[in-house]
Design a protein around this ligand. Sequence first.
Ligand SMILES: [Cu+2]
Length: 151
Amino acid sequence: MIRLRSAGFFVLASCFVLAVSCAGSNSAGSPDPSASPGDQATQGLPEVPQSKFVDKTSLPEVTVIVKDNVYSPQYITVSPGTKVVFNNQGRNPHNVIPVQKGAFEQIATDDLQPDEQAQVIFDEPGMYPYYCSLHGTPKAGMNGRVQVAES
Ligand SMILES: [Cu+2]
């Protein structure tokens, strides 16, 4: 009994050490100990706490309403392979531009006129910040983020 318990403790302890040393090597360029793969995608952008992300995981399709001039919900978490539909319910044209060029296929202004919608499928886990180049920048105004959770 005692042997089992101490063995269990040893495993736990070594896991902890492993996790700490891993985090240490990952965060070479960033002092944040909670560094995650998403941090690279959002480098230089304002911090958005996890609590602001609306959980839309386990849904095959999620709609982001595009208004004048916000995306709603602005921050979502989805599962890999989710189709995210951007639906322009505003009176003005908008677009959806990935902050990291090529991170996903952008939606051009021509494809997101009022009452139009366009979709992006997010397959790979990670953080995908985006913005509307007509009404925002990566850091301010009309922008949002899609976070793709690990499967
Ligand atoms: Cu816009």
